[in-house]
Design a protein around this ligand. Structure first.
Ligand code: SF4
Length: 357
């Protein structure tokens, strides 16, 4: 088999959003040419690998210039063998998209864009430390459509402290009505290493957030989005193949600063330091080998995030009693050969997962 998905990390950002805990390099775009040189060497190790999905994430990949994007795609095409219909996604921020860049991306062969809108409420955009406002986000979306992208994801964040029901509903409706094919939902969390963490920002209680989550899923349903994973919604035919590969426990190659990969039974990760990534011959910072039991449990836990669930035969024998208990309590259900999470279970999935481990 081998990996058929590739994640490429472009770490550059103009500033740090207040909720962000990703591996990024702020205000260091002067290194982006060197970064692409280094990336080319790393990609070179996978010459000839046949791939079905590529995801260029960040950071802010849309900060790369059009020439740099061309170089990146050349490196990809010169090394990987792209299967017919290969899903090639690029993450973009609204302020990084103009008509010329969108047209270049399309021409280069990117066929999916994930746009970091997060909210169309000006107050919450400022609260999050985003650099765009609502008109800019809508304009970026329209530009992508004008350039011919027929597979666009929009990120939507909720659970802002004291967000009212009306604000939530207005925001979800405003984003859903733009007409994208896919929507990824993010619950605001306070991650160590974020500015919100340093400010000791307090979130609303879990009960309110669970209610808001339910309301969001209802609204998205009314706009034709079908939920296929706990945080992901798509119109018919537009589920993200790349992400589904992760949740199905398939192998993937991770490239770039801080990127993670998974091959065989080994999960590995690259250095999170830009200078180290640029200068060291081996970008790897570490790896762990997962035993069969752990690999199966990961498949179970990730698989249950998806509405399609998992094959019942995947459940390890020593977990059957606890799974049966969840079924009786209405958190899980069996449908034919599949074990799936119910709507009731989806709200407390993290808790169920913790009990399963
Ligand atoms: S949230 Fe995105 S744009 Fe903001 S700092 Fe993090 S990676 Fe950069």
């Amino acid at each position: 088999m081998g990996p058929s998905s590739v994640y490429i990390h472009i770490p550059f950002c103009s500033h740090k959003c207040l909720f962000c805990s990703f591996t990024i390099a702020v205000a260091q775009t002067s290194h982006s040419d060197d970064y692409l040189d280094r990336l080319a060497k790393e990609v070179g190790q996978y010459q000839g690998v046949s791939v079905d999905t590529i995801y260029v994430g960040g950071g802010t990949p849309s900060m790369l210039s059009e020439d740099q994007l061309k170089r990146l795609m050349t490196v990809i095409k010169e090394n990987f063998s792209l299967r017919a219909g290969c899903e090639i996604t690029m993450e973009a921020n609204p302020e990084g998209i103009d008509l010329s860049k969108a047209a270049t991306l399309k021409e280069l062969g990117f066929n999916r864009v994930s746009l970091g809108v997060q909210s169309l409420n000006e107050r919450y955009l400022k609260f999050l430390g985003r650099r765009h406002d609502a008109p800019r986000a809508k304009n970026a979306y329209n530009i992508l459509k004008q350039a011919g992208f027929n597979n666009v994801n929009l990120d939507l964040m909720y659970a802002f402290p004291s967000q009212t029901k009306q604000e939530l509903e207005e925001d979800v409706c405003a984003i859903a009505s733009l007409g994208s094919e896919h929507l990824s939902l993010y619950t605001l969390t306070i991650e160590p290493n974020s500015r919100f963490y340093a400010q000791a920002l307090k979130l609303d209680d879990d009960e309110k957030i669970a209610k808001d989550y339910q309301r969001v899923t209802e609204i998205l349903g009314s706009y034709g989005f079908k939920q296929y994973e706990i945080s992901n919604f798509a119109k018919e035919g537009y589920q993200s193949r790349h992400n589904k590969n992760y949740w199905s426990g398939k192998e993937y190659i991770g490239l770039g600063m801080g990127a993670h990969g998974f091959m065989g039974n080994r999960r590995y990760w690259n250095t999170e330091r830009l200078q180290e990534y640029l200068t060291k011959a081996d970008a790897r910072a570490g790896f762990e080998e997962l035993d069969t039991k752990t690999l199966i449990m990961e498949k179970v836990l990730f698989g249950l995030r998806m509405n399609e669930g998992i094959d019942t035969t995947l459940v390890p024998s020593d977990k059957k009693t606890i799974i049966d208990g969840f079924i009786q309590e209405g958190f899980l259900m069996v449908e034919g050969p599949r074990l799936k999470v119910t709507d009731k279970g989806r709200i407390v999935l993290d808790e169920l997962s913790a009990r399963l481990i």
